[in-house]
Ligand binder design. Structure first.
Ligand code: ADP
Ligand code: ADP
Ligand code: ZN
Length: 212
């Protein structure tokens, strides 16, 4: 199964991706998680990306295209892939198409999770994350033990780009640079729309219905 999870910041891509990866036994590839790991480790890539991420801007296309081209060629993608947070611009989508042709793994579906903007702000401002990639919400999806990850037990943290200022910038970047991809994938007849304002379980079921 070859899937792209699409939607604005805070739509629930990461939350759904974790469940879907388990259900369909495909790797969850989150460009945000890959970039954050590089920032933490202080790699050359991390140093390049850090400022853009903190300001809520997109990291330049050539950086992301390089990351995804390498990642999709790893062995675990033999079974398929679940992309979360990529592509975010038309040039990224065009580059992806070329890579997928080369490795012969065409996209099956692009799942567009839509959520009203005011809900996105409430979700992002209460989000707490784990280094393992799991995400929780202080009110909407609290961990079983306060401030500890259900999946791995590590301490949760608030992302430095989940501040009000950076969230406003990220939503602007989504509207300007990423939302044109809706039409791009509609024209290719790959886009499936899901109402992301429902509960986490309900959203999961509506995605499963499309995929099964
Ligand atoms: P994205 O990866 O699209 O940015 P996340 O999966 O990290 O989004 O979710 C953003 C925040 O919203 C997190 O705090 C998460 O726990 C919460 N969340 C995710 N899905 C829902 C939902 N259906 N209803 C309410 N809160 C949700
Ligand atoms: P969210 O879905 O909550 O907005 P992500 O974890 O997907 O956040 O991404 C965090 C940040 O990483 C983005 O604001 C951006 O700076 C950078 N980033 C992640 N994926 C991409 C991408 N495909 N293109 C450009 N920048 C990206
Ligand atoms: Zn964890």
């Amino acid at each position: 199964m070859n899937i792209i999870l699409f939607g604005p910041p805070g739509a629930g891509k990461g939350t759904q991706a974790q469940r879907l990866a388990e259900e369909y036994k495909i790797p969850h590839i989150s460009t945000g998680d890959i970039l954050r790991a590089n920032v933490r480790e202080g790699t050359e890539l991390g140093i390049k990306a850090k400022g853009f991420m903190e300001r809520g801007e997109l990291v330049p296309d050539e950086v992301l295209i390089g990351i995804i081209a390498d990642r999709l060629r790893e062995d675990d993608c033999e079974s398929g892939y679940l992309l979360d947070g990529y592509p975010r611009t038309i040039p990224q989508a065009d580059a992806l198409e070329q890579i997928l042709t080369e490795i012969d793994k065409p996209i099956d579906y692009v799942i567009n999770i839509s959520v009203p903007e005011k809900d996105l702000i409430a979700r992002l401002s209460g989000r707490v994350m784990c280094k393992c990639g799991a995400s929780f919400h202080k009110l909407f999806n609290p961990p079983k033990e306060e401030n500890l990850c259900d999946a791995c037990g590590k301490e949760l943290y608030q992302r430095t780009d989940d501040t009000e200022e950076a969230v406003v910038e990220r939503l602007k970047a989504y509207n300007k640079q990423t939302s044109p991809l809706v039409q791009y994938y509609e024209e290719k007849e790959l886009m499936k729309n899901v109402d992301g304002s429902k509960s986490i379980d309900e959203v999961f079921l509506s995605i499963k219905k499309i995929l099964d």
